[in-house]
Ligand binder design. Structure first.
Ligand SMILES: Nc1ncnc2c1ncn2[C@@H]1O[C@H](COP(=O)(O)OP(=O)(O)OP(=O)(O)O)[C@@H](O)[C@H]1O
Ligand SMILES: [Mg+2]
Length: 273
């Protein structure tokens, strides 16, 4: 009998307080960027009631996560190929029941990830916006939490509110902050400092600065063409930023265990007789 070592899969959730700050575009393009660095990436569209990624990338999906909860399908029956070699687990559209997973559905999801035995280096989870029970579940189940915010005061206030709920109600204290749609690094660090000062002053936690994605008009252009920016505009400023962030993630691949999805995917032990 041959026993292979468990493989550490890095599970990262991309969340935000306010909607529309760029989570889905960031998830899709960061996934393609990581894939360009040679990593195997699975993207999970966890905006379960309002699918985003398959529309963003114009993917044809026969099944969705709803089929998993309804019956016999396995994760690998539902997962589809995305651009640049990434894999995508699509959500369903207009299914309100899925906006608050119950205990049975959560267990089913965890069990399915346990059975998924494809090679994966990164699981990126595109969370719904806000502070719902699903958001809390995906954040506590992931190894890393990326909080996305733009420079808008409402986005910053909502990012702080999400951090506060995750800290006070779920004891989360490690957050990486990614600033989107800014002019340059100076504006990004200014936005980050405003958020991290508030977190330090009122919650006594220090946030990690992850970098920024500049405002780039090629992102909405790619959205309109339903293609990943990383694929059609690889020389754009935003694409270069995605690649920089992907490389930084690869360098900083600490393997602290935290969260069910990470432990389960990372804890796969394959045996063959
Ligand atoms: N860096 C950027 N530069 C220019 N436009 C951007 C940038 N990031 C995102 N956008 C635009 O912002 C819009 C919202 O992006 P996206 O759908 O990724 O946000 P979201 O946070 O996933 O929204 P939701 O909360 O509804 O899921 C898109 O139309 C996209 O074109
Ligand atoms: Mg989205």
């Amino acid at each position: 009998m041959e026993i292979t070592e468990p493989k550490a899969v890095k599970t990262i959730v991309i969340a935000s307080g306010k909607g529309g700050v760029g989570k889905t575009n960031i998830t899709a393009n960061l996934a393609v960027a990581l894939s360009k660095t040679g990593k195997k990436v699975l993207v999970f569209d966890a905006d379960l009631g309002l699918c985003n990624i398959n529309v963003l990338l114009n993917l044809t999906t026969k099944y969705t996560i709803q089929d998993l909860f309804m019956g016999e399908l396995r994760l690998k029956d539902i997962i589809v190929d995305g651009p640049g070699g990434i894999k995508i687990l699509p959500a369903s559209s207009g299914i309100q029941e899925l906006t608050a997973l119950d205990e049975f559905q959560r267990l089913r999801l965890i069990e399915e990830f346990e059975l998924y035995d494809e090679d994966v280096d990164y699981l990126l989870i595109d969370a719904p916006s806000g502070i719902s029970s699903n958001v809390a579940f995906f954040c506590t189940a992931s190894q890393d939490i990326i909080i996305v915010t733009s420079a808008e005061p409402t986005a910053l206030t909502d990012a702080y509110a999400l951090i506060k709920v995750l800290f006070i109600n779920h004891q989360e204290k490690n957050f990486k902050v990614l600033i989107n749609e800014v002019k340059n690094e100076a504006e990004a660090t200014d936005v980050f400092i405003r958020l991290s000062d508030a977190a330090e002053q009122f919650l006594s936690i220090s946030l990690d600065y992850m970098g920024f994605i500049p405002y780039d008009e090629l992102i909405p252009m790619a959205v309109r063409q339903q293609k990943a920016l990383m694929e059609i505009y690889p020389e754009s400023n935003a694409a270069k930023s995605f690649l920089r962030i992907a490389k930084a993630l690869n360098l900083n691949s600490d393997t602290h265990l935290k969260g069910t999805l990470q432990i389960i995917l990372g804890g796969l032990i394959k045996t063959s007789c």
